[in-house]
Design a protein around this ligand. Structure first.
Ligand code: 3NM
Length: 223
């Protein structure tokens, strides 16, 4: 990306956000990502974490291949947590947790044209992330998740609702245990989208599952 997408485009990218690494896939991740793109994801995050996650060259090369697939289909490519990889690949952005460096410092290293997402679990963390220069917030876990061992307490849509009540108007995506059957309250609470791992990467028919979420989230999105 030459310039950073404006806030409206960031909201649109968040509508159906796939987060994934090789450990989340039962088929080659390249195949899963290609099918998910065909089904209609709007943003992709490379998150190579958990038991059996690739490291070193294999990690870097998988990132490169997945980024290439995203480029071909004009889907922005975000790297989870790893600023070195984001810089090396010239990724479109990075997503960081509460334990990572503040967005401000990351932006200085990564470039001012990059998207920076920050995980926040309450209004205090959200305010801090905005002050530090986040472009969007990931709020979770909304529901119980099997995909993140160290997830915090399930919070439903309470933080998303609180952000709206405080008129905190940064783009927001919900994450954690989200599937087609429980996605609606997240949009109703005011989120711009849903971020999912297992609802897409864990499905037998990835394209069909993504298409279903695509149709649903188009209907539910607020703008
Ligand atoms: N972050 P699934 S929950 C990566 O709460 C991640 O910040 C979370 O996977 C958070 O869609 C989560 O399979 C896992 O539940 C999401």
């Amino acid at each position: 990306m030459i310039t950073k997408p404006d806030i409206l485009h960031i909201r649109q990218y968040l509508r159906l956000y796939l987060v994934m690494g090789s450990v989340n896939c039962t088929r080659p991740p390249e195949e899963v990502l290609t099918s998910a793109i065909a089904g209609g994801i709007t943003l992709f995050q490379f998150r190579e974490k958990g038991v059996g996650a690739l490291t070193g060259q294999a990690y870097y090369q998988l990132g490169e291949r997945l980024q290439q697939i995203c480029k071909t289909h004009q889907i922005p490519f975000i790297v989870n947590d790893d600023i070195e990889l984001a810089i090396a690949l010239d990724a479109d952005g990075i997503h960081v947790g509460q334990d990572d460096a503040p967005a401000e410092g990351i932006r200085a290293r990564l470039g001012y044209n990059k998207m920076i997402g920050v995980s926040a679990h309450n209004v205090t963390e959200a305010r801090q992330a905005i002050q530090d220069g986040a472009d969007y917030l990931g709020i979770g876990p909304i529901y119980p998740t099997i995909s993140k061992a160290d997830a915090q307490a399930v919070q439903g849509t309470s933080t998303i609702t609180a952000l709206k009540n405080y008129h905190i108007d940064i783009p927001v995506v919900g994450i954690g245990g989200i599937h087609a059957h429980n996605a609606e309250p997240i949009f109703t609470a005011g989120a711009d989208g849903i971020a999912v791992i297992s609802a897409i990467a864990g499905q037998d028919n990835v394209e069909q599952a993504t298409q279903q979420l695509n149709t649903l989230t188009r209907r539910l999105m607020i703008n």
